[in-house]
Design a protein around this ligand. Sequence first.
Ligand code: GTP
Ligand code: MG
Length: 413
Amino acid sequence: MPVYDLTEKEERVILVGVRTGEHDDTERSLDELKDLVKTAGATSVARVIQNREAVHPGTYVGKGKIEEIKELIWEYEATGIVCDDELSPAQMGNLTDELDTKVMDRTLVILDIFAARASTSEGKIQVELAQLKYRQSRLAGYGKAMSRLGGGIGTRGPGEKKLEMDRRLIKSRIAQLNRELKDVKRHREVTREQRSRSHMPVIAIVGYTNAGKSTLLNTLTDAKVLEEDQLFATLDPTTRNLKLPSGQEILLTDTVGFIRKLPHHLIEAFKSTLEEARYADIILHVVDTSNPQMDDQMYVVYETLQRLEVMNKPVITAFNKIDRTGQEVLVRDFKADKTVQISAKKQQGLEQLLAAIEDILREQKIYVERVYPYPEAGKIQLIRKYGELMEEECREDGIYVRAYVPKEIYGKL
Ligand SMILES: Nc1nc2c(ncn2[C@@H]2O[C@H](COP(=O)(O)OP(=O)(O)OP(=O)(O)O)[C@@H](O)[C@H]2O)c(=O)[nH]1
Ligand SMILES: [Mg+2]
């Protein structure tokens, strides 16, 4: 009887970064890379940073550093290295030759985590597509680096499936996944259309990974989405109804988290998921106030929104986790239309958050004050359902109403 070894050898990796410009966040970026590596199931045993004007085009780091890394590999019995930037196929091939070890990059690790986390068929299609495209461009001419991956990080597809290795098979698999993705897109469009016909405003929760987006959705709507102290705990967007204190109903959507250097292939593949924010009426930006890198993270979120062409939308920034920091930390966000301080976990500041949402929605609505004759009373139902009915009074000539209504409804009144 054949015996299969299902346990993978523990991967021990050395983190490698290049510090280039003035604005130096290499250390912090490597801290994050360490978390990513851990999430992917490997251990970081050492880190190396090189100061260079620019990343070495052929080998990412210079010759001297390569020697240093070689020694560290030997010293720490490392099984591979992870570079903090996406390596070109040539860099990956050359480093593999020089170091004779498994060479990975930040992108590969992020893709690996996404593969492990994807739970819906939509998520799985998107991740596998991103993984295969990454792999495809590196197999051409540099197959050695890919075969050097062996098992572990970089070889696992969604659903514990091994990723395809054969170039021709990759090509046909990509074509198949692209077809499936088209169906997914169509499905999303239909859902979105239905939503916009329901006239319910959509609010997209965005933010850096681990900021507390899912926790907030759960707190507000009892959505039961996975919340965990981990990077990229949730990938698939979840939408839930929420009734605001005014009676108005809205849709809240939790989306995939952002991170610095989010892989290009991932953004491409996840476009239909990430696009949820593009069709939202309000962006709810959740920030982890307890994270020392809060400012960098906010910057990355706005940059990513721009990459996704999410622009000119009202933004509410919710400074989350204030139960950890206390109110004394200085928080501000000039890009936001409104800011609130909350604790999604301890349920603090939620009334203010809902009030901020109502304020913005009201700004987008039209004020109506009039008397509806009794035969037209049915229209008040419309107001009640889609707008905000503030006053209603039966008079001799009809029903007197004061309300805010969405523009789309106004015409019908
Ligand atoms: N102390 C404290 N912890 C919080 C708060 N909100 C969320 N957390 C914790 O932060 C961690 C991340 O929360 P999630 O809701 O999973 O974060 P997310 O933004 O959905 O993260 P991803 O899905 O990974 O992108 C979890 O351990 C939460 O329990 C808060 O207000 N206070
Ligand atoms: Mg989440």
